[in-house]
Design a protein around this ligand. Structure first.
Ligand code: NDP
Length: 330
């Protein structure tokens, strides 16, 4: 079976040559283990950080070893009472065709309740990030005006729609193409949206949210964060979720030049890591699952087919080729 290895640590934007698709034997499962045939793999921005040899909240990928990441698949052999052959599971041994893992590291998913790939997106880690980031970290309240960057992506598209469904007074989004901007307004129900490549973010944000914002859900950092600090009203709140504009940076990046505004405006800027919010999961499953089933919340995917395409999918996601969640389907 094939698995993607990291073979060189990227400097700046990763190259296809930093990765290799290698043949690996599928180990016999030990007692307590299962063998999973992966059906959908996730490629996520945080994986770029794991390619660097630096300490973070997750350890770096080892060189010349299969990379890891979210995946859903079908159990094809089981030596654990928790799972039977044919069950579907979510686990973290992605980037490969077959995974052998301890059953306690696998989570059952219901193929009848939603398409399996949804457990990597709207109903999985990115959806949970949006839900927790908005409701818990940003302390969202009905009536808040919300700005979301990376708004056509997996997390952003959920954050904006959750804000709308929870009673935001105005939801504004930014994304990197005119087609994505159209989608934000026409499909996801954002009140206004703009293409950050069409002009300075601060100017476009001022037009899209003329009365300012109460919450900024930051997926991007950099110029977006500075613009949001300028637009935030008194007691505004920022969820620092991601800073994808700088993940390929090779040196220090400038901070927001207007951070001192946070003092007079009594702003709160709070970082988040989704794993800290597990207590919220039952509410997330019920509420977001309900909105997805009713169609009130739209869930997009960009699908790349075949294990061969996984690196292209990852690189494409970093460049903005995805709308909604980027998925590799095997
Ligand atoms: P997305 O589906 O949003 O894909 C990444 C998107 O980033 C691309 O589609 C692209 O869209 C955009 N992008 C790339 N480069 C830039 C740039 N220079 N400026 C602005 N936008 C850019 O990914 P996710 O939804 O999975 O993740 C979104 C963010 O959330 C990331 O920053 C990620 O690290 C973070 N995250 C944080 C978590 C946490 O626990 N803190 C958990 C999960 C995600 P476009 O065409 O619009 O440029």
């Amino acid at each position: 079976a094939r698995a993607w290895h990291l073979v060189a640590r990227p400097v700046g934007e990763p190259n296809p040559e930093d990765f290799a698709l290698r043949e690996e034997p599928v180990a016999e499962p030990a007692e307590g283990q299962i063998v999973v045939r992966n059906l959908h793999l996730s490629v996520d921005p945080y994986m770029r950080g794991r390619m660097n040899d630096v300490k973070s909240y997750v350890p770096p990928f080892a060189l010349d070893r299969p990379m890891t990441g979210g995946a859903v698949g079908e159990v094809v052999a089981s030596r654990d009472g928790r799972f039977a052959v044919g069950d579907h599971v979510l686990h973290d041994l992605g980037w490969r065709e077959y995974a052998v893992l301890d059953a306690r590291h696998a989570f059952p998913v219901d193929a009848g309740a939603a398409p399996l790939s949804a457990y990597l997106g709207a109903l999985g880690m990115p959806g949970m990030t949006a839900y927790a980031g908005l409701l818990e970290v940003a302390s969202f309240r009905p009536g808040d005006a919300v700005f979301v960057s990376g708004a056509a992506g997996a997390v952003g598209s959920m954050a904006g729609q959750i804000a709308r469904l929870k009673g935001a007074s105005r939801v504004v989004g930014s994304a990197g193409s005119d087609e994505k901007v159209r989608r934000l307004v026409e499909e996801y129900g954002f009140d206004a949206a703009f293409n950050y490549k069409n002009g300075p973010v601060a100017e476009q944000l001022a037009k899209a949210a003329p009365d300012g914002i109460d919450v900024y859900f930051d997926n991007v950092g950099g110029e977006h964060l500075e613009a949001a600090i300028g637009a935030l009203r008194l007691h505004g709140r920022v969820t620092l979720c991601g800073a994808i504009a700088q993940y390929n940076a090779t040196g220090p990046v400038p901070g927001p030049g207007n951070l001192a505004l946070a003092i007079g405006k009594r702003l709160r800027l709070q970082g988040m890591i989704v794993m800290d919010h597990e207590a919220l999961r039952p509410r997330f499953v019920e509420e977001v699952g309900g909105w997805v089933r009713s169609g009130e919340l739209k869930r997009d995917e960009t699908v790349v087919h075949g294990i061969e395409g996984a690196v292209d999918a990852f690189l494409g996601m970093l460049r903005g080729e995805n709308t909604g969640k980027m998925i590799v389907s095997l």
